[in-house]
Design a binder for this molecule. Structure first.
Ligand code: ADP
Ligand code: MG
Length: 728
């Protein structure tokens, strides 16, 4: 095994950057070339059909049979011309990744002749053989089948994998009885909801607004390591993270990696996957190093949420595929390495009207600023009301290792808005019961006329906040690096929509009583500012004091996934989701079940892997060294140097103690697993959390990491942190 390690280091060191030819000097020459988007539709469809499709997409209407046939025909012609042989419905099952089932265009006719076939029916709906996707019991009681249905709001695209090209059609995935079995279905519902709620509220300010779109820009963090070294860490292969490994002498303490130069192999890799992303119409723009060695970030320009979520999932696929070509491995796991930063996926979120106004951007006009404040304060109020749900939306086994650890927001949800906006809200709060006379400058009296100047230099940023206002958008930073953005976006858009609906009711009630509209709006906002104060926190979210303070304020601090996740099942959350049809009761129960089962499986795999490696590799390596020490002590004794054996004997004793502790802990952990396995899902998840992971993972790791620094380097079987992070 240690041989594998050294061979891996050797091959990693000998690799040269892959030559990546530039597709064109201008990205616009090939941007979106693999997407059946607007241009392709115009070219391959009649103008009237094209217009009908556009209208359906805009309004969210159903596309009828004849029109679907027209789209399918155009898609087929476009795809085959580009070398596609198969098509697939591309969907997002509750495993968190994406799934596909490929079918050939090619079809044999009864008379033996062959044609390339793809009709509207096959575009609109398909029945994947999907009984092995998680369904949380929904399909057990009915039929063990579900179907996928076309989502016209996310364009079809061509995926080039190996030598094959496949037409991928974004779809939702539902059971025969109509329950959602995927992440996309509830997201689309939440997005419809926020459109309705925000448009209604916009009408206080602008009667012409017809649509509001939620926007999302995802900042994706990731590690890149050499492929050979990756395989020299079977724990990474099995679980996505290292289960042990002593911190390297040099980690991220010097901060010299951040914005440092990118190594040439990595640069070639980035260039390659960026080109592939461009072909797929994914607007990736920024690339830079992150704080930890071997860690990087890329961020596409924001798009409407549904597309941005699809694009992020697609981008992760592309990044994995291209990494392989470069003999690299990309790691999205929330915490691949202990004691250095993990991977997050910051969700930058805002709302935009169809006329292009960003509703979370302060403007230079006072009237628009009241609109800004309306959406700003309502968002804060929504986060306050449902902080537990927002926390639940980012819960995963992996994220538990990240939240609250190095350079990551804590598990407590709070909102940071900066000192300038804090004073704006303070002023709004304290200047109560404004009376407006004829001729008054309304906005000056309301105290919101001078916002523009204040905001201009709003540069202070708080990296420690999980939900921060960053000038013209909120940035939800608690989302995990490997997660789909769907759950977090479903929750965020649902809670803000709900809040906006309530706001409208309250403002309208005051207007009916004869209060001037603007004053009514400010009155309601003032109450919201007061009520939601507890969620606002401008200090250091990493500090110990915040834990105490947050508890005093009654904010939840749910460190563990199975506990955080319970928020989906509270009466309050159920009412919210069911009221708007985002989830039904059955869907909520199923999802909870799936999440918990998934959690159990993840921890179970980690626990087994940890136990196996400890017993099969670590302990033998330690004992090998121990024997060397024993021989050495015997030798010294034979030479009559009895008194010189002191160090050796003490080293032998230390190793023996560590080995014994390790062996005992692994044995006890197996027993804890056995006990947990007998429990019902919810209790089993808690047991895996506390009695397996909590009781043993750190304990076992501690002993292994201590052994790593005493066992001779040559005999250590696993690639070390310094090799994983610094060799490239
Ligand atoms: P940083 O947060 O590091 O300053 P940027 O300002 O470039 O970085 O933004 C990060 C992400 O936020 C990008 O993906 C960007 O497209 C996105 N973003 C910018 N404006 C909006 C918006 N109105 N809605 C959603 N995302 C946005
Ligand atoms: Mg950012």
């Amino acid at each position: 095994m240690s041989r594998l390690r050294f061979e891996a280091v050797k091959s990693a060191l000998s690799r040269k950057p892959v030559n990546v030819p530039n597709l064109s000097a201008r990205v616009t020459d090939y941007f979106g070339m693999n997407v059946f988007g607007d241009e392709a539709m115009k070219r391959y469809m009649s103008y009237s059909a094209y217009q009908k499709v556009k209208t359906c997409i805009y309004k969210g209407d159903k596309i009828n049979g004849a029109l679907a046939d027209a789209v399918a025909g155009a898609m087929k012609a476009w795809a085959i011309e580009r070398g596609a042989t198969h098509f697939t419905h591309w969907f997002q099952p509750l495993t968190g990744s994406t799934a596909e089932k490929h079918d050939a265009f090619f079809e044999k006719q009864p008379d033996g002749s062959t044609i390339e076939k793809f009709k509207g029916g096959a575009l609109v709906q398909q029945e994947p053989d999907a009984s092995s996707f998680p369904h949380g019991g929904i399909r057990n009681t009915f039929e063990a089948r579900g179907y996928t249905a076309w989502d016209p709001s996310s364009p079809a695209f061509l995926m080039e994998k190996g030598s094959g090209i496949t037409l991928c059609i974004p779809t939702i995935f539902v059971s025969y009885t109509g329950e959602a079995l995927d992440y996309k279905t509830p997201l689309l519902k939440a997005l419809q909801l926020i459109d309705k709620a925000a448009t209604d509220v916009c009408h206080y300010f602008d009667r012409d607004v017809r649509k509001v779109t939620a926007t999302l820009g995802t900042e994706q963090e990731y590690f890149v390591i050499d492929k050979a070294l990756y395989y020299a860490r079977p724990d990474l292969v099995l679980t996505g993270r290292t289960l042990f490994g002593h911190a390297p002498a040099k980690g991220q303490q010097l901060d010299d990696h951040y914005f440092g130069s990118i190594p040439s192999r990595i640069k070639a890799y980035m260039q390659d996957f960026e080109q592939e992303a461009f072909k797929l119409g994914i607007p990736v723009t920024t690339r830079h190093n992150e704080v930890a060695p071997g860690q990087y970030e890329c961020a596409p320009v924001f798009e409407d949420v549904n597309l941005a979520v699809d694009h992020n999932l697609l981008l992760m696929d592309v990044m994995e595929m291209i990494a392989d070509k470069h003999d690299l491995k990309v790691l999205f796991h929330e915490k691949p390495f202990a004691s250095i930063s993990g991977n997050g996926k910051h969700n930058n979120w805002s709302l935009a009207t169809d006329s292009g106004v960003n509703l979370l951007a302060p403007s230079t006009r006072a009237k628009e600023n009241l609109q800004f404040l309306t959406f700003f304060v309502n968002t804060i109020r929504a986060v306050y009301e449902h902080e537990d749900l927002l926390r639940a939306s980012v819960a995963s086994a992996g994220n538990d290792y990240r939240l609250g650890a190095n350079e990551a927001p804590p598990a407590i949800i709070s909102v940071f808005i900066g000192s300038q906006l804090t004073s704006v809200l303070d002023e709004l709060e304290h200047n109560s019961s404004v009376k407006i006379e004829k001729g008054d400058n309304l906005y000056m009296k309301l105290g919101i006329d001078k916002i523009p100047d204040i905001i201009k230099d709003n540069t202070d940023r708080n990296r420690t906040s999980p939900f921060a206002f960053t000038g013209n958008k909120f940035e939800f930073r608690a989302v995990g690096g490997s997660a789909s953005c769907s759950p977090s976006m479903t929750v965020l858009n649902t809670i803000v929509a709900d809040q906006l609906f309530k706001f409208k009711v309250e403002v309208d009630a005051q207007i009916i009583e004869g209060i001037k509209k603007e004053v009514a709006i400010v009155n309601v906002l003032r109450e919201y500012i007061k009520e939601s104060k507890a969620i606002r926190f401008e200090g250091n979210g990493y500090s110990e004091e915040w834990l105490t303070e947050a508890a005093k304020r009654g904010l939840s601090n749910l460190r563990d996934c199975p506990r955080a996740q319970l928020a989906y099942g509270t009466e309050k959350s159920r009412q919210l989701f069911i009221k708007y049809g985002v989830f039904s009761n059955v869907e909520l129960d199923a999802r909870n079940e799936i999440m918990l089962e998934n959690y159990i499986m993840k921890i179970q795999i980690e626990s087994r892997a940890l136990g196996n490696f400890a017993v099969n590799q670590i302990i033998p390596a330690a004992m090998l060294y121990q024997n060397k020490l024993i021989n050495s002590a015997k030798g010294l004794k034979e030479l009559g140097l009895e008194s010189e054996t002191e160090y050796t004997i003490s080293a032998i004793r230390t190793i023996a103690e560590r080995v014994n502790t390790l062996r005992q802990a692994v044995q006890d952990m197996v027993e804890a697993r056995k006990r947990a396995n007998k429990l019902e899902t919810k209790d089993a998840a808690m047991a895996y959390c506390d009695e397996v992971k909590g009781a043993f993972f750190e304990k076992i790791r501690y002993q292994i990491d201590k052994l790593e620094i005493v066992v001779p380097d040559n005999d250590w079987p696993f690639a070390k942190y310094r090799e994983l992070l610094l060799v490239r």
